[in-house]
Design a protein around this ligand. Structure first.
Ligand code: 13P
Length: 257
């Protein structure tokens, strides 16, 4: 981590926890954060399912925890059954949105072009995007990791200049590490993050590259989070499984300072 960048510890709950469970769990997190001896300095974000966003927003009221959605559409409104617009998320009070998650890409036909459209809509609605990128295991084995990241960055961020991307958060999530228990080594994480920061510097300028928070995601757990966070270009984590229990998530938040 770097002192100039406030760390972000974000929990992606995926399709877990309905409104009942969310209310109780968020209150537990709020209470747990308050009980810490030293104030938590990391930005803490939770991403519940759509139906639980309002309950989560109520439960975090007065606490530093922020609420994210897990996707948004690129249009403001229209005949798009099952979708939700960035403005609708903004209206409910959400501040962040996860975009381009590998599960969206893998199971729901998300492409770099659709992620780009969603990113533009999110930024236009003043939502903070958590833009996910990462390579498949075959791509890593074939030595294509950087080429894949470069394509996802180039196409995903197309048409967005440094000013538009001022609030951007990027999550590097190697697909082979998501939900598998297999975590990238600190060397692998640092190398990918340095590549992403280098790409931002080359293509959007040193100022944006210096301030953009880069999160690591993929089997981050209480027992490996410290070594991941020790990497100079890792500015936090996007946490799946381990964010679903306070006893795992809270120590990880604390590890970020
Ligand atoms: P896990 O932490 O369960 O591997 O999930 C990572 C992830 O996909 C976060 O978006």
């Amino acid at each position: 981590m770097h002192p100039a960048r406030k760390p972000v510890m974000a929990g992606n709950w995926k399709m877990h926890k309905g409104i009942h469970e969310t209310g109780g769990f968020v209150r537990e997190l709020v209470h747990g954060l308050k009980a810490h001896q030293s104030p938590v300095t990391a930005e803490v974000v939770i991403a519940p399912v759509f139906t639980a966003l309002a309950v989560a927003l109520q439960a975090v009221w007065g606490s530093p925890i922020k609420v994210a959605a897990q996707n948004c559409h690129w249009e403001e409104a229209g005949a798009f059954t099952g979708e939700i617009s960035a403005a609708m998320l903004k209206e409910v009070g959400v501040g962040h949105v996860i975009l381009g998650h590998s599960e969206r890409r893998q199971y729901f036909g998300e492409t770099d072009a659709t992620v780009n459209g969603r990113l533009k809509a999110a930024l236009a609605a003043h939502l903070v995007p958590i833009f996910c990128i990462g390579e498949l295991i075959d791509q890593r084995r074939a030595g294509e990791t950087e080429r894949v990241l470069e394509r996802q960055l180039t196409d995903g961020l197309a048409g967005l200049d440094a000013a538009a991307l001022a609030t951007l958060i990027v999550a590097y999530e190697p697909v082979w590490a998501i939900g598998t228990g297999e975590v990238a080594t600190p060397e692998q994480a640092q190398a990918a993050h340095a590549f992403i920061r280098g790409w931002l510097e080359k293509n959007r300028g040193a100022a944006l590259a210096g301030t953009t928070r880069l999160l690591y995601g993929g089997s981050a757990k209480p027992d490996n989070v410290a070594e991941i966070l020790a990497c100079p270009d890792v500015d936090g984590c996007l946490i799946g499984g381990a964010s679903l229990k306070a006893e795992n998530f809270l120590p990880m938040v604390e590890a970020a300072g």
